[in-house]
Design a protein around this ligand. Structure first.
Ligand code: M6R
Length: 365
C-alpha cells in the first residue's frame, strides 16, 4: 500500500530512516564494539581465515558491492573484488580456498546472480548472500547470509535496498575489522555513527525542496554526468542508473578525475554534471575536477555539506546534505540522487514505478 505517497518509489525513498534502523536492529554489539549476524554460519575463526572476498551482483546491487569494496578494504583490510554476476558466471577465476563469494541481491531471484552463486558453490567455495527477499532462491541456496529487513521493494528503481545493502556491508566491515586490526575505540565510534544514521537520513530527506528546484532547471537535459571519487564513485554510477532507468535521459557516472581522459569532451552548456562533494580526504581534488567542468561551460550541481561556502561559490546549484564521516557518505549522498531521478522522471511524464522495458526482477539470463 502506497499510503499517502503518489508512487511506491517515493514511499520507499522516505522509508529509509526506518529500513536502515531495521537493518541494524539487534546487530550492533556495544560491549565488544562490533557487529554480529545470526545467519552467516561461519565461526569467528573461519571468518578470520577469509583472505579475499569476491562480491557479485547486478545493477544497483552491483553498485552497493562497489561501495562494499571500499568499506571492507578500508575498515577490515580485506582484499575485495567486485564483478558483474553476468560476467563472473562465465569466467573461470582462480580462487584459493580462503576466498568467500558474496552475492548481493534485493530480490534474491536475479538469474545471473543465482547462476554465479551456483557456479561458486560447484567449485566448492563458501558462499554468502546479502539479500532482501526472505526465502528467495539465493537466500536459500547460499551457505549463509544476512537479510536486509527492508520490507518489500515495489518500485522498479531500487532505492531503500541500496542503502540497506551499504549499511549491512558497513556492519560486515566492522565485524571483519574487529577480528583483525580495528581497535575497540574505532569500533565504538562506528557503532555511534551507525546509531545516529537513521536520524541523519531523516534530515537528509529535507533536501527534497532543493532537489525539486534543481529538477525543474535541468529536466530538459539530454545528457547528465554524475561524478564522485573514492566511496562516492559507485554512488555516481548509481545516480546515473537511477536517472536513466526512470526518466530515459542519458546519464553516465564517472570517477571525477577520469573526465579529463576523454568524457570531458561531452561537456557544454547543455550538459549538467552532478558532483558528489561532501568534505573528506579528496574534497580538494574533487573541487579542482569541478573547476575543470566549469571552465568548459558545464553547469554544476553539487551535493555538498549544508553551508559549505567554498562549494556554493563554484557550483551553479547546491543540494545540501548533513555532514557524516566518509564511510557513511555513500548512504547519505545516494538519497538526493534518488529524489533527483524521481523528480526529473515526473517532470518528463514517465511512469516512475514501472519504467518501460524493465521488470522488477530479472529472472532471465
Ligand atoms: O534484485 P537484485 O538486487 O538482484 O536486482 C539487480 C538489478 O536488476 C536491479 O538492481 C536493477 O538494476 C534496478 N532496477 C536498479 O534500480
Amino acid at each position: 500500500d502506497r499510503g499517502e505517497y503518489p508512487h511506491y518509489m517515493l514511499k520507499e525513498i522516505y522509508e529509509q530512516p526506518e529500513t536502515l534502523a531495521n537493518a541494524m536492529r539487534g546487530r550492533l554489539e556495544a560491549d565488544n564494539a562490533t557487529a554480529h549476524f545470526g545467519g552467516l554460519n561461519l565461526s569467528a575463526q573461519q571468518l578470520r581465515q577469509v583472505d579475499r572476498v569476491i562480491m557479485t551482483a547486478c545493477g544497483t546491487s552491483y553498485h552497493a558491492a562497489m561501495v562494499g569494496e571500499y568499506l571492507l578494504e578500508e575498515l577490515a583490510r580485506v582484499p575485495v573484488e567486485v564483478e558483474y554476476a553476468s560476467e563472473f558466471r562465465y569466467r573461470n577465476p582462480p580462487l584459493d580456498r580462503s576466498s568467500v563469494v558474496l552475492a548481493l541481491t534485493q530480490s534474491g531471484e536475479t538469474a545471473d546472480t543465482l547462476a554465479a552463486l551456483r557456479e561458486s558453490k560447484r567449485m566448492g567455495h563458501t558462499t554468502l548472500a546479502i539479500c532482501n527477499a526472505v526465502g528467495s532462491s539465493i537466500a536459500r541456496e547460499a551457505d549463509g547470509g544476512v537479510y536486509l529487513h527492508a520490507g518489500p521493494e515495489i518500485g522498479v528503481a531500487s532505492t531503500k535496498a541500496f542503502t540497506s545493502q551499504v549499511c549491512v556491508l558497513t556492519m560486515l566491515a566492522l565485524y571483519l575489522g574487529r577480528t583483525r586490526h580495528l581497535s575497540s575505540t574505532q569500533g565504538q565510534r562506528i557503532i555511534d555513527d551507525l546509531h545516529a544514521l537513521p536520524e541523519t537520513v531523516r534530515k537528509t530527506l529535507a533536501c527534497h525542496d532543493h532537489v525539486k528546484r534543481v529538477a525543474e532547471k535541468y529536466a530538459h537535459a539530454k545528457n547528465v554526468l554524475y561524478l564522485g571519487r573514492q566511496y562516492l564513485y559507485p554512488v555516481a554510477l548509481e545516480g546515473a542508473l537511477k536517472l536513466k532507468e526512470i526518466s530515459y535521459i542519458h546519464a553516465e557516472g564517472y570517477p571525477a578525475a577520469e573526465m579529463k581522459h576523454g568524457p570531458i569532451a561531452l561537456v557544454d552548456e547543455s550538459t549538467p554534471s552532478v558532483f558528489l562533494v561532501p568534505r573528506g580526504n579528496v574534497f580538494d581534488k574533487v573541487m579542482s575536477n569541478m573547476q575543470e567542468i566549469k571552465a568548459r561551460g558545464g553547469p554544476v550541481i553539487a551535493v555538498a555539506g549544508a553551508g559549505d561556502r567554498e562549494v556554493a561559490a563554484l557550483a551553479d546549484d547546491v543540494i545540501p546534505i548533513p555532514d557524516v564521516p566518509e564511510y557513511l557518505q555513500p548512504i547519505v549522498t545516494a538519497i538526493p540522487l534518488q529524489l533527483l531521478a524521481y523528480e526529473i522522471a515526473l517532470l518528463c511524464g514517465c511512469d516512475v514505478d514501472k519504467p518501460r522495458n524493465l521488470a522488477k526482477s530479472v529472472t532471465v539470463e
